[in-house]
Write a protein that binds this ligand. Sequence first.
Ligand SMILES: Nc1ncnc2c1ncn2[C@@H]1O[C@H](COP(=O)(O)OP(=O)(O)O)[C@@H](O)[C@H]1O
Ligand SMILES: [Mg+2]
Length: 370
Amino acid sequence: MPKVTEQHVLDALRKVIDPDLHRDIVSLKFVKDVKISDGAVAFIVELTTPACPVKEQLQQQCRDVVMALDGVQEVNVEMTARVRKSMSAADIIPDVRNVIAVASGKGGVGKSTVAVNLAVALSQTGARVGLMDADVYGPTVPLLMGCGDEKPLTESGKLIPLERHGIKLMSLGFLLEKGQAVLWRGPLVAGTVKQLLADVLWGELDYLVVDLPPGTGDAPMTLAQLVPLTGVVIVATPHDVAANIAGKSVALFTRLNTPILGVVENMSGFLCPHCGEETRIFAGLSGEELARQYEVPFLGSIPLDPAISASGDRGIPSVLALPDSLQAERFRRIAGAVAAEVSKAALMDKELTGTAAGGEERPGTDPESG
Ligand SMILES: Nc1ncnc2c1ncn2[C@@H]1O[C@H](COP(=O)(O)OP(=O)(O)O)[C@@H](O)[C@H]1O
Ligand SMILES: [Mg+2]
Protein backbone atom coordinates (compact mmCIF):
# COMPACT_ATOMS: atom_id res chain seq x y z
CA MET A 1 0.00 0.00 0.00
CA PRO A 2 1.52 3.43 -0.97
CA LYS A 3 2.05 5.83 1.87
CA VAL A 4 -0.19 8.91 1.78
CA THR A 5 1.47 12.19 2.73
CA GLU A 6 0.08 15.59 3.67
CA GLN A 7 1.42 16.87 0.35
CA HIS A 8 -0.66 14.26 -1.54
CA VAL A 9 -3.75 15.33 0.35
CA LEU A 10 -3.16 19.05 -0.25
CA ASP A 11 -2.43 18.49 -3.93
CA ALA A 12 -5.69 16.59 -4.28
CA LEU A 13 -7.60 19.32 -2.45
CA ARG A 14 -6.32 21.93 -4.90
CA LYS A 15 -8.94 20.54 -7.27
CA VAL A 16 -11.69 21.81 -4.98
CA ILE A 17 -12.65 25.34 -6.02
CA ASP A 18 -14.70 27.71 -3.88
CA PRO A 19 -17.44 28.70 -6.35
CA ASP A 20 -17.78 32.22 -4.93
CA LEU A 21 -14.15 33.10 -4.53
CA HIS A 22 -13.12 31.24 -7.72
CA ARG A 23 -10.02 29.93 -6.06
CA ASP A 24 -8.95 26.51 -4.80
CA ILE A 25 -9.41 25.89 -1.09
CA VAL A 26 -5.72 25.17 -0.51
CA SER A 27 -4.45 28.48 -1.85
CA LEU A 28 -7.28 30.16 0.07
CA LYS A 29 -5.75 28.56 3.18
CA PHE A 30 -9.04 26.93 4.16
CA VAL A 31 -7.47 23.51 4.82
CA LYS A 32 -6.22 23.03 8.37
CA ASP A 33 -4.98 20.31 10.63
CA VAL A 34 -4.36 17.47 8.16
CA LYS A 35 -3.94 14.23 10.09
CA ILE A 36 -3.00 10.93 8.48
CA SER A 37 -2.83 7.61 10.20
CA ASP A 38 -2.54 4.52 8.03
CA GLY A 39 -5.25 4.90 5.41
CA ALA A 40 -7.38 7.32 7.41
CA VAL A 41 -7.20 11.02 6.55
CA ALA A 42 -8.82 13.77 8.59
CA PHE A 43 -8.71 17.51 8.11
CA ILE A 44 -10.62 20.73 8.78
CA VAL A 45 -11.97 23.04 6.10
CA GLU A 46 -12.43 26.53 7.51
CA LEU A 47 -14.77 28.55 5.31
CA THR A 48 -15.19 32.32 5.44
CA THR A 49 -18.80 32.13 6.59
CA PRO A 50 -20.97 29.59 8.38
CA ALA A 51 -23.75 30.71 6.02
CA CYS A 52 -21.92 29.26 3.01
CA PRO A 53 -24.66 28.02 0.66
CA VAL A 54 -22.49 25.25 -0.81
CA LYS A 55 -20.97 23.92 2.41
CA GLU A 56 -22.26 20.37 1.88
CA GLN A 57 -21.14 20.23 -1.75
CA LEU A 58 -17.65 21.40 -0.81
CA GLN A 59 -17.48 18.82 1.95
CA GLN A 60 -18.50 16.07 -0.47
CA GLN A 61 -15.96 17.21 -3.08
CA CYS A 62 -13.18 17.27 -0.47
CA ARG A 63 -14.09 13.77 0.59
CA ASP A 64 -14.22 12.51 -3.01
CA VAL A 65 -10.86 13.91 -4.18
CA VAL A 66 -9.00 12.59 -1.13
CA MET A 67 -10.78 9.25 -1.23
CA ALA A 68 -9.58 8.86 -4.83
CA LEU A 69 -5.94 8.89 -3.66
CA ASP A 70 -4.10 5.59 -3.64
CA GLY A 71 -3.91 4.17 -0.15
CA VAL A 72 -6.77 6.18 1.37
CA GLN A 73 -9.53 4.15 2.97
CA GLU A 74 -11.29 6.69 5.09
CA VAL A 75 -11.76 10.46 4.97
CA ASN A 76 -13.10 12.70 7.69
CA VAL A 77 -13.80 16.32 6.71
CA GLU A 78 -14.81 18.74 9.43
CA MET A 79 -16.38 21.97 8.15
CA THR A 80 -15.94 25.09 10.28
CA ALA A 81 -16.07 28.81 9.57
CA ARG A 82 -14.37 31.96 10.63
CA VAL A 83 -15.77 35.20 9.28
CA ARG A 84 -13.01 37.47 8.01
CA LYS A 85 -13.05 41.17 8.67
CA SER A 86 -13.44 43.56 5.77
CA MET A 87 -11.16 46.59 6.09
CA SER A 88 -14.03 48.99 5.63
CA ALA A 89 -15.57 47.90 8.92
CA ALA A 90 -12.62 49.21 10.91
CA ASP A 91 -11.99 51.96 13.44
CA ILE A 92 -15.22 53.11 15.02
CA ILE A 93 -16.46 49.55 15.70
CA PRO A 94 -13.29 47.44 15.87
CA ASP A 95 -14.96 44.23 17.03
CA VAL A 96 -17.46 44.18 14.18
CA ARG A 97 -16.10 42.27 11.20
CA ASN A 98 -18.58 43.29 8.53
CA VAL A 99 -21.31 45.89 8.22
CA ILE A 100 -24.11 45.09 5.77
CA ALA A 101 -26.48 47.95 4.97
CA VAL A 102 -29.98 47.33 3.66
CA ALA A 103 -31.30 50.17 1.51
CA SER A 104 -34.17 50.91 -0.83
CA GLY A 105 -35.18 53.61 -3.29
CA LYS A 106 -38.33 54.37 -1.32
CA GLY A 107 -40.23 53.37 1.80
CA GLY A 108 -42.71 50.54 2.18
CA VAL A 109 -40.90 48.08 -0.08
CA GLY A 110 -40.00 45.63 2.68
CA LYS A 111 -36.53 46.93 3.50
CA SER A 112 -36.95 46.37 7.23
CA THR A 113 -38.59 42.99 6.67
CA VAL A 114 -35.60 41.91 4.58
CA ALA A 115 -33.11 43.37 7.09
CA VAL A 116 -34.69 41.51 10.01
CA ASN A 117 -35.00 38.17 8.21
CA LEU A 118 -31.48 38.49 6.79
CA ALA A 119 -30.13 39.06 10.30
CA VAL A 120 -32.01 36.11 11.77
CA ALA A 121 -31.14 33.78 8.88
CA LEU A 122 -27.44 34.64 9.23
CA SER A 123 -27.57 34.03 12.96
CA GLN A 124 -29.28 30.66 12.43
CA THR A 125 -26.14 29.46 10.65
CA GLY A 126 -24.11 30.14 13.79
CA ALA A 127 -22.79 33.62 12.98
CA ARG A 128 -22.79 36.38 15.60
CA VAL A 129 -25.16 39.03 14.34
CA GLY A 130 -26.23 42.53 15.31
CA LEU A 131 -29.03 44.61 13.85
CA MET A 132 -28.98 48.39 13.86
CA ASP A 133 -32.08 50.29 12.93
CA ALA A 134 -30.90 53.56 11.46
CA ASP A 135 -34.09 54.43 9.61
CA VAL A 136 -34.64 57.98 10.78
CA TYR A 137 -38.09 58.12 9.16
CA GLY A 138 -39.58 54.93 10.51
CA PRO A 139 -37.56 52.90 13.02
CA THR A 140 -39.73 49.75 12.91
CA VAL A 141 -37.13 47.09 13.65
CA PRO A 142 -38.06 46.89 17.38
CA LEU A 143 -41.65 46.10 16.37
CA LEU A 144 -40.61 43.50 13.80
CA MET A 145 -38.36 41.87 16.39
CA GLY A 146 -41.02 41.93 19.11
CA CYS A 147 -39.31 44.43 21.43
CA GLY A 148 -42.37 46.51 22.20
CA ASP A 149 -41.59 49.31 24.63
CA GLU A 150 -38.38 47.87 25.98
CA LYS A 151 -35.45 50.27 26.28
CA PRO A 152 -31.77 49.42 26.37
CA LEU A 153 -29.84 49.73 29.65
CA THR A 154 -26.56 51.52 29.96
CA GLU A 155 -23.26 50.42 31.40
CA SER A 156 -20.60 53.02 32.21
CA GLY A 157 -22.10 55.45 29.75
CA LYS A 158 -22.53 52.91 26.96
CA LEU A 159 -25.75 51.41 25.67
CA ILE A 160 -26.29 47.67 25.99
CA PRO A 161 -28.11 46.36 22.91
CA LEU A 162 -31.32 44.42 23.48
CA GLU A 163 -31.20 40.75 22.54
CA ARG A 164 -34.02 39.14 20.57
CA HIS A 165 -34.12 35.92 18.58
CA GLY A 166 -30.35 35.58 19.06
CA ILE A 167 -29.65 39.03 17.61
CA LYS A 168 -28.17 42.11 19.30
CA LEU A 169 -30.46 44.96 18.56
CA MET A 170 -30.19 48.74 18.63
CA SER A 171 -32.63 51.23 17.17
CA LEU A 172 -33.00 54.96 16.77
CA GLY A 173 -36.50 54.24 18.05
CA PHE A 174 -35.05 53.36 21.47
CA LEU A 175 -33.62 56.85 21.77
CA LEU A 176 -36.90 58.60 20.99
CA GLU A 177 -39.84 59.11 23.29
CA LYS A 178 -43.02 57.51 22.05
CA GLY A 179 -44.76 59.76 19.54
CA GLN A 180 -41.86 62.17 19.54
CA ALA A 181 -41.38 63.79 16.16
CA VAL A 182 -37.85 64.62 15.19
CA LEU A 183 -36.79 66.87 12.41
CA TRP A 184 -33.79 64.97 11.16
CA ARG A 185 -31.22 67.29 9.69
CA GLY A 186 -27.90 66.06 8.39
CA PRO A 187 -25.76 66.89 11.47
CA LEU A 188 -28.31 65.42 13.86
CA VAL A 189 -28.50 62.21 11.82
CA ALA A 190 -24.72 62.02 11.79
CA GLY A 191 -24.41 62.54 15.54
CA THR A 192 -27.09 60.07 16.48
CA VAL A 193 -25.85 57.36 14.18
CA LYS A 194 -22.29 57.78 15.41
CA GLN A 195 -23.74 57.23 18.87
CA LEU A 196 -25.52 54.05 17.72
CA LEU A 197 -22.22 52.71 16.46
CA ALA A 198 -19.61 53.90 18.88
CA ASP A 199 -21.55 54.18 22.14
CA VAL A 200 -23.13 50.74 21.96
CA LEU A 201 -21.55 47.66 23.49
CA TRP A 202 -21.89 45.53 20.38
CA GLY A 203 -19.20 43.09 21.42
CA GLU A 204 -17.73 40.81 18.76
CA LEU A 205 -19.95 40.45 15.72
CA ASP A 206 -19.47 38.66 12.42
CA TYR A 207 -22.18 40.72 10.75
CA LEU A 208 -23.88 43.95 11.71
CA VAL A 209 -26.97 44.50 9.56
CA VAL A 210 -28.02 48.16 9.26
CA ASP A 211 -31.52 49.18 8.20
CA LEU A 212 -30.83 52.45 6.36
CA PRO A 213 -33.42 55.18 5.74
CA PRO A 214 -35.12 54.76 2.34
CA GLY A 215 -34.51 56.97 -0.66
CA THR A 216 -31.61 58.82 -2.17
CA GLY A 217 -31.81 61.94 -0.02
CA ASP A 218 -29.67 63.47 2.67
CA ALA A 219 -30.28 60.93 5.45
CA PRO A 220 -29.30 57.70 3.64
CA MET A 221 -26.35 59.45 1.97
CA THR A 222 -24.97 60.84 5.22
CA LEU A 223 -25.37 57.45 6.79
CA ALA A 224 -23.75 55.48 4.01
CA GLN A 225 -20.74 57.76 4.25
CA LEU A 226 -20.63 57.73 8.02
CA VAL A 227 -20.98 54.02 8.67
CA PRO A 228 -17.98 51.98 7.53
CA LEU A 229 -19.97 49.69 5.23
CA THR A 230 -18.74 46.40 3.82
CA GLY A 231 -21.51 46.79 1.28
CA VAL A 232 -25.16 47.45 0.64
CA VAL A 233 -28.11 45.21 -0.21
CA ILE A 234 -30.74 47.00 -2.26
CA VAL A 235 -34.35 45.95 -1.78
CA ALA A 236 -36.74 46.74 -4.60
CA THR A 237 -40.26 45.80 -5.62
CA PRO A 238 -41.07 45.15 -9.27
CA HIS A 239 -42.73 48.56 -9.27
CA ASP A 240 -39.50 50.31 -8.14
CA VAL A 241 -37.63 48.49 -10.84
CA ALA A 242 -40.17 49.55 -13.45
CA ALA A 243 -40.17 53.17 -12.26
CA ASN A 244 -36.35 53.25 -12.15
CA ILE A 245 -36.43 54.04 -8.42
CA ALA A 246 -34.26 51.01 -7.70
CA GLY A 247 -31.87 51.95 -10.50
CA LYS A 248 -31.34 55.39 -8.98
CA SER A 249 -30.54 53.77 -5.67
CA VAL A 250 -27.95 51.47 -7.26
CA ALA A 251 -26.45 54.47 -9.07
CA LEU A 252 -26.26 56.51 -5.86
CA PHE A 253 -24.33 53.87 -3.92
CA THR A 254 -22.05 53.31 -6.87
CA ARG A 255 -21.32 57.03 -6.86
CA LEU A 256 -20.57 56.89 -3.13
CA ASN A 257 -18.15 54.01 -3.84
CA THR A 258 -20.14 51.72 -1.56
CA PRO A 259 -19.79 48.13 -2.78
CA ILE A 260 -23.17 46.77 -3.86
CA LEU A 261 -23.62 43.27 -2.48
CA GLY A 262 -26.68 42.83 -4.66
CA VAL A 263 -30.36 43.34 -5.32
CA VAL A 264 -33.27 41.61 -3.57
CA GLU A 265 -36.62 41.74 -5.29
CA ASN A 266 -39.46 41.81 -2.78
CA MET A 267 -43.18 41.27 -3.41
CA SER A 268 -42.12 39.84 -6.73
CA GLY A 269 -45.20 37.75 -7.28
CA PHE A 270 -48.34 36.59 -5.55
CA LEU A 271 -48.04 33.33 -3.69
CA CYS A 272 -51.40 31.60 -3.85
CA PRO A 273 -52.29 30.39 -0.35
CA HIS A 274 -54.31 27.53 -1.88
CA CYS A 275 -52.09 25.99 -4.51
CA GLY A 276 -48.73 27.54 -3.48
CA GLU A 277 -48.02 28.73 -7.00
CA GLU A 278 -46.26 32.05 -7.49
CA THR A 279 -47.69 34.43 -10.10
CA ARG A 280 -45.81 37.54 -11.17
CA ILE A 281 -48.07 40.56 -10.96
CA PHE A 282 -46.06 43.26 -12.70
CA ALA A 283 -44.91 42.92 -16.26
CA GLY A 284 -41.61 44.38 -17.38
CA LEU A 285 -38.09 44.52 -16.04
CA SER A 286 -37.41 42.27 -13.05
CA GLY A 287 -34.94 42.70 -10.22
CA GLU A 288 -32.82 40.10 -11.92
CA GLU A 289 -32.67 42.11 -15.13
CA LEU A 290 -31.94 45.27 -13.16
CA ALA A 291 -29.01 43.53 -11.48
CA ARG A 292 -27.73 42.43 -14.87
CA GLN A 293 -28.09 45.93 -16.27
CA TYR A 294 -26.01 47.45 -13.45
CA GLU A 295 -23.67 44.44 -13.27
CA VAL A 296 -24.37 43.75 -9.61
CA PRO A 297 -25.32 40.36 -8.11
CA PHE A 298 -28.95 39.30 -7.96
CA LEU A 299 -29.50 37.86 -4.50
CA GLY A 300 -33.01 36.46 -4.85
CA SER A 301 -36.68 37.30 -4.69
CA ILE A 302 -39.39 37.10 -2.04
CA PRO A 303 -43.02 36.54 -3.02
CA LEU A 304 -45.89 38.70 -1.82
CA ASP A 305 -47.42 36.69 0.98
CA PRO A 306 -49.81 37.92 3.70
CA ALA A 307 -48.07 35.57 6.16
CA ILE A 308 -44.93 37.74 5.95
CA SER A 309 -46.70 40.83 7.17
CA ALA A 310 -48.67 38.83 9.77
CA SER A 311 -45.50 37.42 11.34
CA GLY A 312 -43.89 40.88 11.18
CA ASP A 313 -46.83 42.29 13.14
CA ARG A 314 -46.36 39.58 15.77
CA GLY A 315 -42.71 40.49 16.18
CA ILE A 316 -41.47 37.12 14.93
CA PRO A 317 -39.56 37.24 11.64
CA SER A 318 -40.82 34.81 8.96
CA VAL A 319 -37.71 32.64 9.02
CA LEU A 320 -38.55 31.85 12.66
CA ALA A 321 -42.35 31.95 12.54
CA LEU A 322 -42.66 29.84 9.37
CA PRO A 323 -39.34 28.03 8.98
CA ASP A 324 -40.70 25.56 6.41
CA SER A 325 -42.35 28.14 4.17
CA LEU A 326 -41.18 29.14 0.71
CA GLN A 327 -40.37 32.65 1.89
CA ALA A 328 -38.22 31.36 4.77
CA GLU A 329 -36.31 29.21 2.28
CA ARG A 330 -35.85 32.31 0.05
CA PHE A 331 -34.66 34.44 2.98
CA ARG A 332 -32.12 31.74 3.92
CA ARG A 333 -30.89 31.54 0.33
CA ILE A 334 -30.54 35.32 0.21
CA ALA A 335 -28.60 35.28 3.50
CA GLY A 336 -26.22 32.69 2.01
CA ALA A 337 -25.77 34.79 -1.12
CA VAL A 338 -25.11 37.94 0.94
CA ALA A 339 -22.57 36.10 3.11
CA ALA A 340 -20.82 34.88 -0.04
CA GLU A 341 -20.62 38.43 -1.42
CA VAL A 342 -19.28 39.68 1.92
CA SER A 343 -16.58 36.98 1.85
CA LYS A 344 -15.61 38.14 -1.63
CA ALA A 345 -15.44 41.75 -0.45
CA ALA A 346 -13.22 40.75 2.49
CA LEU A 347 -10.94 38.78 0.17
CA MET A 348 -10.72 41.74 -2.18
CA ASP A 349 -9.83 44.10 0.69
CA LYS A 350 -7.10 41.69 1.66
CA GLU A 351 -5.69 41.53 -1.86
CA LEU A 352 -5.82 45.28 -2.31
CA THR A 353 -4.08 46.00 0.97
CA GLY A 354 -1.88 42.94 1.09
CA THR A 355 -2.79 42.07 4.66
CA ALA A 356 -3.04 38.46 5.73
CA ALA A 357 -6.53 36.93 5.66
CA GLY A 358 -8.06 36.99 9.08
CA GLY A 359 -5.03 38.80 10.44
CA GLU A 360 -7.19 40.81 12.78
CA GLU A 361 -9.09 38.05 14.44
CA ARG A 362 -8.32 36.50 17.72
CA PRO A 363 -8.22 32.73 17.94
CA GLY A 364 -11.02 30.75 19.47
CA THR A 365 -13.82 32.87 18.10
CA ASP A 366 -15.10 30.41 15.54
CA PRO A 367 -18.87 30.91 15.56
CA GLU A 368 -19.41 27.19 15.05
CA SER A 369 -17.19 26.00 17.80
CA GLY A 370 -18.90 27.62 20.62
N1 LIG B 1 -43.11 39.89 0.71
C1 LIG B 1 -44.06 40.46 1.43
N2 LIG B 1 -45.33 39.99 1.42
C2 LIG B 1 -46.30 40.60 2.14
N3 LIG B 1 -46.11 41.67 2.92
C3 LIG B 1 -44.88 42.19 2.97
C4 LIG B 1 -43.79 41.61 2.25
N4 LIG B 1 -42.67 42.34 2.53
C5 LIG B 1 -43.05 43.32 3.37
N5 LIG B 1 -44.38 43.24 3.65
C6 LIG B 1 -45.18 44.15 4.49
O1 LIG B 1 -45.14 45.44 3.87
C7 LIG B 1 -45.05 46.46 4.83
C8 LIG B 1 -43.81 47.29 4.60
O2 LIG B 1 -42.67 46.49 4.88
P1 LIG B 1 -41.41 47.08 5.63
O3 LIG B 1 -40.42 46.00 5.76
O4 LIG B 1 -41.82 47.79 6.86
O5 LIG B 1 -40.94 48.13 4.51
P2 LIG B 1 -39.88 49.32 4.58
O6 LIG B 1 -38.94 49.06 5.68
O7 LIG B 1 -39.25 49.28 3.22
O8 LIG B 1 -40.66 50.57 4.77
C9 LIG B 1 -45.06 45.76 6.19
O9 LIG B 1 -46.37 45.73 6.67
C10 LIG B 1 -44.59 44.35 5.87
O10 LIG B 1 -45.08 43.40 6.78
MG1 LIG C 1 -38.62 50.15 7.42
